[in-house]
Design a protein around this ligand. Sequence first.
Ligand code: DGL
Length: 269
Amino acid sequence: MAGKNDFAIGVFDSGLGGLTVVKELVRRLPNENIVYYGDTARVPYGSKSKETIVRFSLENVRVLLKNNVKLIVVACNSCSSYAMGTLKSKFKVPIIGVLVPGARKAAQVTAGNRIAVIATAATIASGKYPKAVMQFNKKARVVGQPCPLFVPLVEEGWHNRSIAAQVAKDYLKKVKRFRADTLILGCTHYPLLKRTLQRIVGPNVRLIDSAQVVANEAKRRLQAEGLTNRRKTKGRLTFLVSDKPQSFKRIARNFLGFDLGRVKQVKEN
Ligand code: DGL
């Protein structure tokens, strides 16, 4: 019989963005089973209210819990900004978000204590990033810039087109004026734009990809809870979405570099 260690890591996001976290999880924890849920019927979250984002987060955790998960990764900064307290108080399963690990990393690596955060409008409005960075580095100065057009560009698979660079140039004006030495990609969709962003801010600005740091955090947490999968075989990946799977499948295949197999549409929400 499968024990708890054989259960999956559950990951959710509004759409494709959380796949940046899945990619890093697979790299670090190849034996783990992963269940990914993209709430594609309701993307984007970043333009919605706190109440809506909290409600969606609760529903997404319930979807994952129906699939035997032992740890949940909230692979969405908008949900991490508003819903972590509610989720942790309502569910027994260990839950980790993307915001604090990303903020901590930026606070540690900044060379001149000038940190910029780009994220959804909801995440920036929450003020959670500056707060979290200050907890780890009192000297840091933090500016935020909402980039609402990035998520639709990524969901459309347009992140490598010149239009994405044009939009990014505009959004990053404030970051450049501020002379940030560290730039937090405060939305899990944004690592798909990494090359473009790095080109615009220049090679001396350190980009913080929260997908990488949260994957490290997930590994640590599984070890700490004694929940690591001990099998030596490759883990199984399961993909769930809340709307028709075709375009998710196509863009996800390009990004992850392998075919996803069956992507199941769930009807719960
Ligand atoms: N990728 C998510 C985030 O990190 C959600 C983006 C959105 O749906 O607006 O905020």
